[in-house]
Each structure stands twice: as C-alpha cells, then as structure tokens.
Design a protein around this ligand. Sequence first.
Ligand SMILES: Cc1cc2nc3c(=O)[nH]c(=O)nc-3n(C[C@H](O)[C@H](O)[C@H](O)COP(=O)(O)O)c2cc1C
Length: 201
Amino acid sequence: MKILAISCSPRINGNTVAMLEEVLRGARDKNADTELYSVSGKNLQPCDGCWACANSGKCHINDDMQELYEKIILADGLVFGTPIYFWGMTAQAKTILDRTIALNQPGQNLTNKVAGVIAVCGSLGLVDALKDFSYFFIQRRMLPANQVSAYLTNPEQLKEMAQCRKAACQLGEQIVQLVKMDFKYPEEYIQRHGAFGTHTR
Ligand SMILES: Cc1cc2nc3c(=O)[nH]c(=O)nc-3n(C[C@H](O)[C@H](O)[C@H](O)COP(=O)(O)O)c2cc1C
C-alpha cells in the first residue's frame, strides 16, 4: 500500500512538511509505504484548459507535473498539505488539483483513492481551503479521510503541540485503515466523469 503526501508549500522545511511527516509516520506505523513530495523548487504550470487530455488522457504540458502524475496514479491514499495563502490553498495546490483533470480516464483516475488534508495557517482562512478540497474529493469520487488543521508559524512550535501531532499521526493511520476497506464506487461512476454535478433541464 502506497501513501503519498503532497506538500503544496513553496517552503521545503516549513510547517506543512512538518505536519505531513507526522501523517506519514502514522501511515508507516500501520505498515504502509510512504513518500513525501514537495512542490518546492518544482516547475508546475497552471492548466491551460486546452482539453486535449479529454481524448488523449495525457497533459501536453511538459513540466514536473508529469512525474507527479505517475506518483499519484500509483498511490492508494493521498494526503494534500497546504498553507493558507489569503484565505485559500496555495497556487501550487490549486495547480495540482486542476491538472489532475488529465487523469480523467479509466485506469488512471482518482476514483476510489482515499484522500486526507493538512492545512496550516497563522490565524485565519482554513475553512475555505478545506471546503475546496472537500468538493474536489467528492467530485473526483474519492473517499475522504479526515482534515487536520493547525495554527503554526514555525515548525518548532509543533514540537510543543502534542495533540496536533497526534491528530496528524491519526490521519495517517486512518488513511491506511480506509484503504484497507477497499471501498469502490459502482462501476457506472468509474466511467469518465461527465459534467461537474448533475444538471437538469
Ligand atoms: C502569501 C502568503 C499569504 C498568507 N495568507 C495567510 C492567510 O490568509 N491566513 C493566515 O492565517 N496565514 C496566512 N499566511 C501564513 C501561512 O499560512 C503560515 O505561515 C503557514 O504556516 C506557512 O506554512 P509553510 O511553512 O508550510 O509554508 C500567508 C503566508 C504567505 C506567504
């Protein structure tokens, strides 16, 4: 079982990574293989809306997202970590979510993958980011795990925040437990997703 943590902070040793390390510790305690991917220093271009991926199943943008696609496809469980930037997820986090539209094909989509969230901020703005991840998981037919948020301005603070570390660690354990449940949406939902939500006339 593979659990992939994606840090969407541009800071390689910041609060988001510190929290994700706790999550992965919990997952390893439950015998999962874990990997931490950081967007720091990566070339991640925004989706240009060309829709070529709808037919090819591939994104034409030749950047570091190509490597991340491979990691996402192989992962059974994902945990996204983002700092809050002006009441929302970082641009890098949104870029990754948008670019997964290219994984909208049988055999390489997000359907049935378990997904958790870590969000960190100094004071305000967690809820909007968590809501956006929730809609994304539901729309992509993923299985949502917990969302853990923390008020952190310095990773050193986390050493004194036992409950917060425990919640992050438990998220890792929970992701493994949920993957083991092997939840599957009915086959009809696994076909290529149509419109976003249901439209009636
Ligand atoms: C551009 C920018 C915008 C930010 N906006 C917010 C915000 O709206 N609310 C908040 O509480 N903290 C905000 N912060 C603070 C970060 O969310 C906070 O320091 C976080 O812990 C950084 O995580 P990191 O160390 O993983 O990068 C902002 C920081 C930056 C650089």
